[in-house]
Ligand binder design. Structure first.
Ligand SMILES: C[S@@+](CC[C@H](N)C(=O)[O-])C[C@H]1O[C@@H](n2cnc3c(N)ncnc32)[C@H](O)[C@@H]1O
Length: 201
């Protein structure tokens, strides 16, 4: 049997995705869904999917070339519980993911948009927390990492001021889970800000 293309192309981009239908035959019990936002070349996604065959994974990235290369890598590795979607992340989280569907979000090294006039392009804004809250299951977690400490210092208070989320110990990736960008920034000796939050049950 030919391998399934991991890249999901929704029949209708304005409808909520049927998560069960994009993954292989649903298991007897509902699988947890982890979503990697801005998955890039997918080093984290591949490492974590290899360790968790009992979960489903969705990588979101707007860059076509990265999705295509990562799709080939997933097919070669036989990781058929990972799917990719090439789309703007806030659109996907607001409109495509079902309510209460996600157990883990990861957002590693989101574009920092350092210039003040570009800050409105940043992913983490109050409306994005509304979208996350809608998509997350009660108790679901979000793990964030960035080398851009100014961005980091604006993200943490957003969550801390929001009664829908609790601060939890920051997720520390294992060596194999460190992303391509983490390797670049670590090589430059940059400090990395990490934070994790859980949606209140
Ligand atoms: C700095 S890279 C980090 C990639 C990966 N997470 C890592 O740590 O190596 C940011 C990635 O997020 C994607 N990206 C940035 N903003 C996005 C958005 N609004 N929607 C979807 N993808 C986005 C970019 O295309 C890029 O692949």
């Amino acid at each position: 049997m030919d391998p399934i293309d991991p890249i999901v192309i929704p029949e209708n981009w304005t409808h909520v995705l049927s998560i069960d239908s994009i993954f292989p035959a649903p298991a007897e019990e509902t699988r947890s869904l982890a979503v990697d936002v801005g998955c890039g070349k997918g080093r984290y996604l591949v490492a974590v999917a290899q360790k968790h065959p009992e979960m489903n994974f969705l990588g979101i990235d707007r860059m076509r070339s990265r999705m295509v290369k990562l799709g080939r890598k997933l097919t070669r590795a036989g990781l058929d519980h990972v799917r990719l979607i090439q789309v703007e992340a806030s659109y996907a989280i607001r409109h495509l993911l079902p309510e209460n569907s996600v157990s883990v979000f990861t957002v590693f090294f989101p574009d920092p948009w350092p210039k003040r006039r570009h800050h409105r392009r940043r992913l983490f804004r109050p409306a994005f927390l509304d979208d996350l809250d809608r998509a997350m299951k009660p108790g679901a977690q979000i793990h964030i990492a960035t080398d851009h400490l100014d961005y980091f210092e604006s993200v943490v208070p957003l969550f801390e001021a929001d009664s829908r989320f609790d601060s939890i110990p920051a997720y520390e990736p294992t060596e194999d889970e460190r992303t391509e960008f983490e390797h670049i920034f670590a090589g430059q000796g940059k400090p990395i800000g990490r934070a994790s939050f859980a949606k209140r049950a």
